[in-house]
Design a protein around this ligand. Structure first.
Ligand code: TXA
Ligand code: MG
Length: 312
């Protein structure tokens, strides 16, 4: 049985207690719901892979309450520190060299010498991390390869009975996962996400490097097929077929479609993306998606859509 916890004092206390006991707790962040485990307990981290059915060579993001705590687990260069200071708490993950004597389970890093660190901004995530007062390893709380959850019900759809509890903090604000920046040599984009790359580049004062192809096996979110609904997905559709369920975008999309944002707002579209993919999938029809502009959060949206549509 998976416990469903409210985001109040009793629920947060119980969630922190379960984590300390080595159990799995799904919790809301501002991006998507994460499936959390104590990052120092190898058995707890192993349960994440088991619950998700995820290949075990994938490293996990470690969530902490603040920058001071992040520095216990990772070595932040001046540039990494600058980004952390500017954008944490927020939808940014920094991959940095792991700190000596970090005490983190080897399973978290999948044997790499770097660690992905993130300080999430959601009120419930912050409250949980402060109560637990330790590092929480958390991938998105969905079965491996499936659509990321933006509500507690989505978590239960895939993981009911497989995890200790879900902490219900309502809908995730951002709706797509964090932007991942590698800060082990020159800052490089490993995954577009909830913090637009233009904003990061403006803070750095120079363009980001891009991930070498050789990096991709380390990033499940970077596999060609990921975030996949059961139904086939067709992209950049301007004329949907009669039998297709259309996910539209903007004021010109048909009235009866699932419109990511009628006003054409990319922030609203990101927040609706995974929920509408689920709804379209539940319609039992094939899925068609209107073009989405490829700037700002549109880059993260198009990245996820391309993976949802990739051959499996
Ligand atoms: O918004 C998010 O980032 C959500 C919430 C729960 O925080 N988490 C999330 O985790 O999306 P996950 O496991 O679905 O994706 C984590 C990504 C993977 O692509 C993984 O390979 C990459 O982070 N990653 C983690 N540590 C890494 C490292 N040391 N080097 C390269 N990539 C790393
Ligand atoms: Mg994921």
């Amino acid at each position: 049985m998976t416990e469903r916890l409210a985001a109040d004092t009793a629920g947060l206390d119980r969630a922190a207690e379960l984590l300390a006991n080595g159990d799995l707790v799904a919790f809301p962040t501002e991006t998507v719901y994460g499936l959390g485990a104590d990052a120092r307990q190898g058995a707890a981290v192993a349960r994440i892979y088991e619950a998700k059915g995820r290949p075990s060579f994938n490293p996990l993001i470690v969530h902490v309450a603040d920058l001071a705590m992040a520095e216990r687990y990772g070595c932040l260069s001046p540039e990494a520190w600058g980004l952390a200071d500017a954008f944490w708490p927020g939808p940014l993950t920094l991959v940095v060299p792991i700190a000596e004597g970090s005490g983190l389970s080897e399973l978290v890093t999948a044997g790499l010498s770097t660690i992905g660190l993130r300080v999430p901004r959601g009120e419930t995530a912050q409250a949980l991390l402060r109560r637990f007062d330790g590092p929480v390893a958390a991938p998105s709380a969905n079965l491996s390869g499936k659509i990321s959850p933006t509500r507690a019900e989505h978590v239960l759809d895939g993981l009911e009975g497989r995890i200790g509890a879900v902490l219900d903090g309502g809908a995730a604000e951002v709706g797509v996962e964090s932007t991942i920046i590698g800060c082990y040599d020159t800052p490089r984009l490993l995954r577009p996400g909830g913090l637009p790359t233009e904003i990061i580049e403006a803070a750095l004062g120079r363009p980001l490097a891009h991930a070498p192809e050789a990096n991709t096996p380390n990033a499940p979110g970077q596999l060609p097929s990921h975030y996949a609904p059961d139904a086939p997905v067709r992209l950049n559709v301007t004329e949907p077929g009669e039998a297709e369920c259309l996910i539209g975008f903007g004021p010109d999309a048909p009235h009866d479609c699932l419109n990511l944002s009628v006003s054409g707002d990319l922030v609203e579209a990101a927040a609706n993306l995974f929920e509408y993919l689920r709804k379209a999938d539940a319609s039992g029809r094939r899925i068609a998606v209107s073009p989405v502009p490829d700037h700002g959060l549109g880059r993260a949206i198009n990245d996820r859509l391309a993976r949802a549509a990739a051959p499996r």
